[in-house]
Design a protein around this ligand. Structure first.
Ligand SMILES: NC(=O)c1ccc[n+]([C@@H]2O[C@H](COP(=O)([O-])OP(=O)(O)OC[C@H]3O[C@@H](n4cnc5c(N)ncnc54)[C@H](O)[C@@H]3O)[C@@H](O)[C@H]2O)c1
Length: 285
């Protein structure tokens, strides 16, 4: 099956980045979010990213216009998925939201359409099971920011077919990404390892061992991380750190995955990171 149109569900941090990557690779791309403000913010972010490429002469204005022309924002789920051979869901990390999206679009899409979720840690099998196409259901885990990060974890559930896996690894290659195919397991590879590191950085901060700047600098200079774990949490969304730790804790039942209480406090205060202007660091200035 040739993929010509990709529907991206969710225009947030990941959705708009994934839509940009797909449009730059030449696909027709629809992007759906639940309100106009989220949709506008996502499309504006893509425009901003592409303008930077034009300013650096890595892309011409005509090429940028062509990429922007491939993007079709919409509030209607049915319109978004119509004619799409691949749907990539990048909505909020909540299994009920994700399941309800897949259940609904299962009724709109022909049986050959492949469904992929960009979830950080929710079960691919559980989402696939609400559709009539669990064999055409797969995890496609991009990293933040999608236009820059080379990896896509491709997650096979027990039910995912070889054919679906091949379609997705071929698509990753066309998107210029390196696909690593894995069997479904809680947190896959990267989330399982990296979320624990971020959570531990919050424990270190909560215990007053050092300031956020010192923790981040130590991890950058001592471990060669490109950004410190607390700054990374701000970019990911601290709500996502909490959701991920909750999932790992629930799935493994091991205390090493217990979310740091300071993470909970940040989420309760609405300090979710860059997206709300305040996280561990203050972005309002
Ligand atoms: N932030 C990261 O670093 C990161 C990295 C990899 C994967 N992910 C995963 O990507 C997904 C999205 O995360 P994000 O960080 O972009 O979150 P986000 O909060 O920035 O964006 C989520 C978007 O989904 C929208 N949404 C909610 N319900 C929807 C629906 N029914 N239809 C369409 N849109 C809907 C929200 O309005 C919001 O704009 C999550 O599953 C997350 O785990 C996030």
């Amino acid at each position: 099956m040739e993929i010509k149109k990709i529907a991206v569900i969710g225009a947030g941090i990941m959705g708009n980045g994934i839509a940009q990557v797909c449009a730059q690779a030449g696909y027709e791309v629809s992007v759906r979010d639940i309100n106009q403000a989220f949709l506008d913010k996502g499309i504006k972010n893509i425009e901003k990213n592409l303008s930077k490429l034009v300013a650096k002469e890595k892309m011409t204005q005509d090429q940028m216009n062509a990429v922007m022309g491939k993007l079709k924002p919409t509030l209607e789920l049915k319109d978004a998925v119509e004619g799409a051979q691949l749907v990539i869901e990048a909505a909020t990390e909540n299994i009920d939201i994700k399941k309800s999206i897949f259940k609904e679009i299962d009724g709109y899409c022909p049986p050959e359409t492949v469904f992929a979720s960009n979830t950080t840690a929710k079960s691919i099998a559980e989402m696939g099971a609400v559709t009539k196409r669990p064999d055409k259901f797969i995890g496609m885990h991009f990293f933040n920011p999608p236009p820059l990060m080379k990896l896509v974890e491709v997650i096979r559930s027990l039910a995912t077919s070889d054919e679906t896996c091949k379609i997705i690894t071929d698509t990753c290659a066309k998107l210029g990404k390196k696909a690593v195919v894995i069997k479904e397991a809680p947190g896959f590879i990267v989330t399982r390892i990296f979320a624990v590191l971020i959570n531990e950085a919050f424990f270190t901060l909560m215990e007053g061992v050092a300031s956020p700047e010192e923790i981040d600098e130590a991890m950058q200079l001592g471990v060669n991380l490109p950004a410190g774990p607390l700054r990374t949490a701000d970019f990911m969304g601290i709500d996502l750190v909490l959701a991920t730790m909750n999932t790992l804790y629930e799935e493994f039942g091991d205390p090493k995955y217990r979310p740091c209480p300071l993470v909970r406090n940040y989420v309760r205060a609405g300090w979710l990171g860059v997206k709300t202007g305040r996280g561990v660091y203050d972005y309002r200035k």
